[in-house]
Design a protein around this ligand. Structure first.
Ligand code: ATP
Ligand code: MN
Length: 465
């Protein structure tokens, strides 16, 4: 169908021209003057196009007056100046073709406001609401901006596997992938252990929790790379910041240290904020008006801001000196909780903070060990409201140190033979990070719950659609 997108019409209206648009009716009201006003939305932008349908249309009585919210139509007509005060122009319909009626008593998205919780139960329709349409467009813009940022810097886009045999984070939060019959698992007659040699891959396999280890192998051949793909974590945390399936962007830079890594992370974040401010103005206005009154202001101030950089030890000192009682007490050696991250960003620094040099016990084995023997070259970037948005590190490039650390945590370096090989054959310093894409969408939209910034959220007990 040759149609004009409503965003085009609204952006550069060619008054007097004959156009065809298609979309879903948001509202329709009859006027006493013998016509109907239809608010039409086609998803190409936040705004609607007002269609004015004259009672003289041949299908006016039989069809047009039966157009309730959610109905789909194709309208051909002339773009004319509007008499109404609310819009400068409208489409005077010469022809309204109904594609699909929508029964108002059955349609879940009527005129009344519906809670985000309820909308999750009708997630197949929620993209038709203002909020979810706007989220989808901002998400799209952030994805495009991500590719633009890295491609402009000559990073190579790498596809890493979704099914893997290595547990990158060592946190045991993996979804297993198997074709073994779950009601009759083959077991070794002596040990009674499950015999994974009979499984599809001949060994135990899982969904990836991170593409990092595989990403490193390509960075150690091709230089700077990034991945952008789905990630799976079976963490049973019902928070507003965790999903079981989420998307992660993981750049890895060769010949780079932790300071380079922090520079890249901060530049990337500022780029995303600027991009959204520039390209999603209409959607942002909606979020700012209706979801979170601070979101535009926050993005604007962060787009040009310097991020504070502090060490983990300094962070602990600040938290201890804060005089606040936290649910989780702060002790050197324990991980920073969401409440601590929020105190640092929202109350103490009133802005984003990059924290470096975490205790090695609470971080993954591959992070580069610092000379103090206690800490590693790790960094987390913290934002107000969402807390940790990025986790990264310089990687341990010294073979002996890496193998020793793998043994220390009770693993066998042989299981990571290919990862260790990178350190055996022409090792180079390298660093990278992972950014949780949904947390970024959350931050840029002000949406409270992470389940409302991904089309079909997967979380404990929830895998509908
Ligand atoms: P958190 O402490 O918030 O659970 P993490 O330390 O487990 O995060 P990393 O392993 O460093 O996170 O992963 C990198 C990034 O991926 C995080 O900074 C965060 O933005 C995002 N992330 C991690 N877990 C989840 C999840 N379950 N759902 C959505 N995003 C996540
Ligand atoms: Mn986690």
């Amino acid at each position: 169908m040759k149609r004009t997108l409503i965003h085009q019409v609204l952006q550069s209206p060619a008054l007097g021209s004959d156009i065809t648009v298609a979309g879903w009716v948001r509202t329709r009201r009859d006027s006493k003057g013998g016509f109907s006003f239809i608010e039409l939305n086609d998803g190409s932008c936040f705004g609607n196009l007002q269609v004015i349908a004259d009672a003289k249309l041949s299908n006016y009585e039989t069809e047009v007056v039966k157009l309730f919210p959610g109905s789909s139509v194709v309208v051909q007509g002339k773009l004319v100046a509007s008499q109404g005060a609310e819009q400068a122009f409208e489409l005077a319909a010469a022809n309204v073709k109904v594609l699909g009626f929508c029964e108002p008593t059955e349609y879940p998205l009527g005129k009344q406001r519906i809670s985000f919780e309820r909308l999750r139960e009708v997630a197949h329709l929620r993209a038709r609401t203002n909020s979810f349409g706007a989220v989808a467009r901002v998400r799209n813009a952030l994805a495009f901006a991500t590719h633009k940022f890295f491609q402009d810097r000559h990073f190579l886009y790498l596809h890493t596997p979704i099914i893997t045999a290595s547990d990158c984070e060592g946190a045991g939060e993996m979804f297993q992938v198997t074709t073994l019959p779950l009601d009759k698992l083959p077991r070794d007659p002596e040990t009674q252990q499950i015999d994974y040699k009979l499984d599809f891959f001949g060994k135990r396999a899982s969904l990836t929790v991170s593409g990092q280890l595989e990403g490193e192998t390509y960075a150690c051949a091709l230089g700077d790379i990034y991945t952008f793909g789905p990630t799976f974590r079976a963490e049973n945390s019902n928070t507003r910041r965790h999903l079981a399936e989420f998307w992660m962007i993981e750049p890895e830079m060769a010949f780079a240290d932790l300071a380079d890594d922090a520079d890249l992370a901060e530049d990337y974040l500022r780029f995303l904020f600027r991009y959204v401010l520039e390209h999603c103005q209409e959607d942002l206005k909606f979020f700012n008006d209706r979801i979170d009154k601070t979101v535009t202001q926050t993005l604007t101030s962060l787009a040009d801001s310097q991020f504070r950089r502090i060490t983990y030890t300094e962070a602990v000192d600040i938290l201890k000196a804060s005089g606040k009682t936290f649910e989780f007490p702060v002790e050197w050696g324990s991980d920073l909780q969401s409440e601590h991250e929020r105190y640092l960003t929202e109350e103490h620094f009133k802005g984003p903070v990059t924290v470096t040099g975490y205790p090695k016990q609470i971080k993954a084995f591959y992070m580069r060990q610092n000379d103090d023997g206690n800490t590693v070259a790790a960094m987390d970037v913290l934002l107000p409201n969402v807390g940790e948005i990025i986790g990264g590190s310089q990687r341990e490039e010294r073979l002996d140190r890496l193998e020793a650390r793998i043994r220390e945590i009770g693993f066998d370096p042989k299981d990571y033979w290919w990862y260790c090989d990178l350190r055996r054959f022409g090792s180079v310093p390298h660093a990278g990070f992972g950014l949780g894409f949904e947390r970024m969408v959350q931050f840029c939209t002000g949406m409270h719950n992470i389940r409302d910034v991904i089309p079909y959220p997967r979380a404990p007990g929830s895998v509908e659609f």
